[in-house]
Write a protein that binds this ligand. Sequence first.
Ligand code: M6R
Length: 590
Amino acid sequence: MCGIVGYIGQREALPILLSSLERVTYRGYDSYGVAVLNGHGIEVFKKVGAVDVVRADIPFKGSTGIGHTRWATVGAVSERNAHPHFDCTKQIALVHNGDIDNHRDLRERLAAQGHTFTSETDSEVIAHLIEQKLSDGAELVEAVEAATGELEGSYAIVVLEQTTRRMVVARRGSPVVIGLGDGETYVASDAPAILPYTHRVIYPEDGDVALVTTAGVDIRHNGSKVSRLVRTIDWDVSQIEKGGYEHFMLKEIFEQPQAIRDTITAYPAGLPRLPVENPDHVVFAACGTSLHAGLVGEYLMAGNGKFTVSTVVASEMAVVPFNRPSAGLAIAISQSGETADTIAGMNGLSEAGFKTLAVTNVRHSSIARLANGVIYTTAGPEVAVASTKTFTTQLVIMAMLAARLMDGTERAKSLREAIRTLPNKVQQTLELADEFKSAGEDLARFNNMFIIGKGQTRPVTLEAALKFKEISYVHAEGVPAGELKHGPFALLEANTPVLALVADDAHKMRMLTTLREIKARNAPIYVLTDAPMHDVEDVATRVIILPKVEAGLAAAVFTVASQLMSYYCGRAKNLPIDRPRNLAKSVTVP
Ligand code: M6R
């Protein structure tokens, strides 16, 4: 959470910092700030709100600066707590993304040494710690090395020193990328932020400390000079623009056929070699939307007769007991590749003896570097906080993995055929947008809803409910259809609609019975189905027929339908679709 940026070069830093900040705003948007180095010293500006919403006239001139957009963790949302933070003498300005676990102890110690703090944040402690090291005689790089050596937790920092006009970057556990230009160098939490300026980047590794100059970087690790690969980003600037759509979310929903196609064709010769080719146990670990992709993977692989399969909430890993498997494969799913809980969960499984495979959308992300193997979704950059195209491309990888691990079976064969048809099926689903719009706008009247499904639609109930919560602020609950009568029925009444996801499979008659029971409780029923049945029309307020996808992969089209319904529901309520309140796209704190 939180986005950091930096610039050192020949041009005016401020416009570059502000526009880079806009592109990392999805990481947090409760306040922002910039600091620019010039003849007057380090000038700083901070404001509550998102950088592109409460933009201000900032008069700073200077060709070196840093910036930050915040998702509050330690300390309330306020200008005081917004970054950049300073040391006592205002020689050091610092922006930080991460979480310092021992900040209280450090603050106490530094306060006893005479340091005065102006914010409640853990981040300000780092600035004072560096100041202390400088006053002990270290120069900036050494001071940052010594200070970060005392930090527990995660950090990506950019530090600016007034006297030497130097900029230093350091990271551990939080992402940062350094972009190389011609006589200028950029820093950001992730590559899309600096894509308009450069495609040549370096990803510092955990524990690296880098002196950033107009000529590039000098990186040190454990006190010794190291070199890191210069990589080229193949994403395009147009991919991080709205391209005529009202919201990034809508654009990204409509990009799904292509994103799915790109993900399928990225591996023309099949998926790369897996860390374990014949596992006896597969476990998925992930959070949020990615967790739901894991549940789809579990559904596709369940009962295969060769290996067992389960899914765990990554943040609950500490309490999930696992026996050491002889050949276990842990599959960590994360679009950003930076989710702290998922990384911790994956590491826990690795310690328990599993080989790890990361499924991520971001090349060279932390999870990609830490896992024993990696498979990429090729969704392109996703800007909206809500995951859409990254989810459906994760489903494609789930299906490809299922086909690979169950190779030689009829299920694998039909899955491969279903994957082949998926881009067109998703395209056909998008062509029903007007129907989803009308149903979504209708649902905007309600504050609560249930979403029910069974079998292959069960994980979609959870994903659809998540979308309705974050995008439409509707308290939506995904429930297995059979569970309704074990309690939730008590809440059914005319103001509590039920969205039913009825797939054309062995469960459809059972679903129909449940719908009749719901109808008898006067709850409005909305049905998404790929199984045209006259009886459904009798009970439902509205029925939308989806294209049929075989082999248990219907989750993809049901998801696309629910994405559009939640989008139009939120839009009807005039909500901040791309940046829902209190959220951030990348949750890099545990
Ligand atoms: O980057 P990740 O896939 O690891 O993120 C995990 C969740 O934070 C994320 O899926 C979140 O639930 C979605 N953005 C919600 O739409």
